[in-house]
Ligand binder design. Structure first.
Ligand code: F6P
Length: 329
């Protein structure tokens, strides 16, 4: 029989993602069903160092499922990156009889969570809160679907003005190292070209050739989606360089943090709920050191080691689609 869990802590860490609140809600509700107390830890791991926590009950999370951001706030904690910081965090958790932790975040969060468990024995489960969708072992991360739909809405609007004015537009979407937001929003938004870090076929030359070819055929409206992490450079750089080389005037829009906020989509709320429930149930069953991923509508438990070591890959079918959908691909 696993040792009974008295209390758990829940925190959100790293870049916030829509659906984090739905996940917090699921953690609190599942824990209360299992008669486990819950403390909300403020500003991610930093809250453990600052001793900034508050009890969370069903009434506190009743209406938060549809809210963007995180009611607990989030941060990237430098102090927690040190062994001393993690020791302080563990001592504080023990002093409050908190036996387990649910950490909602991305790969940085899980790296910290794994170290905390290895060095101090505090049991941790991870839920995938990041818009980037850059984690292996899950079909999608909490926040990704909302970010894609936000980007798509902006792309559709830019399409309208680009078509009306017959302009060349570069639209930059987020994704530090991963092209998922660019690929999904670019395919759905019928972009002419999608530039993303996993693809090394495009160069400034191929883009300029494409623009010249389209212009010579009388296609004056071109929309190119650029992932923030693309090796060629961002939308602003591409606009300047392509304009300078081709003589075709261009416009750039950087969507930035609007992709992080807003109401989570139904899909993000659902996977957040599945993940939060599965994380608490796993802790109650004595499991830990794992991330909750999703396959369809089922949660899957993936050891942190696997999730952090494996490289996230965009599904092959999606890569084929983006190459075909994009005329310049
Ligand atoms: O990881 C999520 C993300 O939004 C990335 O897409 C982006 O590169 C980064 O966070 C931005 O971080 P910050 O909000 O700290 O500037």
């Amino acid at each position: 029989m696993p040792e009974a869990i008295r209390n758990i802590g829940v925190l959100t860490s790293g870049g916030d993602a829509p659906g984090m609140n739905a996940c917090i809600r699921a953690v609190v509700r599942s824990a209360s069903r299992l008669r486990i107390g819950v403390f909300g830890i403020e500003r991610g791991f930093q809250g453990l160092i600052d001793r900034s926590i508050r009890p969370l009950g069903d009434a506190d999370v009743w209406s938060i499922g549809g809210l963007g951001g995180s009611i607990l706030a989030s941060s990237r904690s430098d102090r927690f990156r040190t062994p001393e910081g993690r020791k302080e965090a563990a001592a504080f958790l023990r002093s409050r009889e908190i036996d387990g932790l649910v950490a909602i975040g991305g790969d940085g969060t899980f790296t910290g969570a794994r170290l905390l468990e290895d060095e101090t024995g505090i049991r941790v489960m991870g839920c995938t809160g990041t818009i980037d969708n850059d984690l292996a072992g899950t079909e999608s991360t909490i926040g990704f679907d909302t970010a894609v739909n936000t980007a798509l809405d902006a792309i559709d609007r830019i399409h309208d003005t680009a078509a009306a004015m017959q302009r060349l537009f570069f639209v930059e979407v987020m994704g530090r190292h991963a092209g998922d937001i660019a690929i999904y929003s670019g395919v759905a938004g019928a972009a002419d070209v999608v530039l993303y870090p996993e693809d090394r076929t495009h160069t400034l030359d191929t883009i300029c050739e494409y623009v010249n070819r389209e212009m010579s055929r009388g296609h004056r409206t071109i929309l190119i989606v650029v992932a923030e992490g693309d090796e060629l450079g961002g939308a602003e750089y591409m606009k300047n360089e392509v304009s300078r080389r081709t003589g075709v005037p261009a416009w750039a829009t950087v969507l930035g943090h609007i992709q992080r906020g807003g109401k989570p989509t139904a899909r993000d709320r659902i996977i957040a709920t599945l993940s939060g429930e599965a994380a608490v149930e796993a802790l109650a069953e004595g499991k830990s050191r794992m991330m909750v991923g999703v396959r369809g509508l089922s949660p899957v438990l993936v050891p942190f080691d696997e999730a952090l070591l494996a490289t996230h890959r965009v599904p092959e079918a999606m890569l084929r689609l983006v190459r075909r959908a994009a005329k310049g691909g």
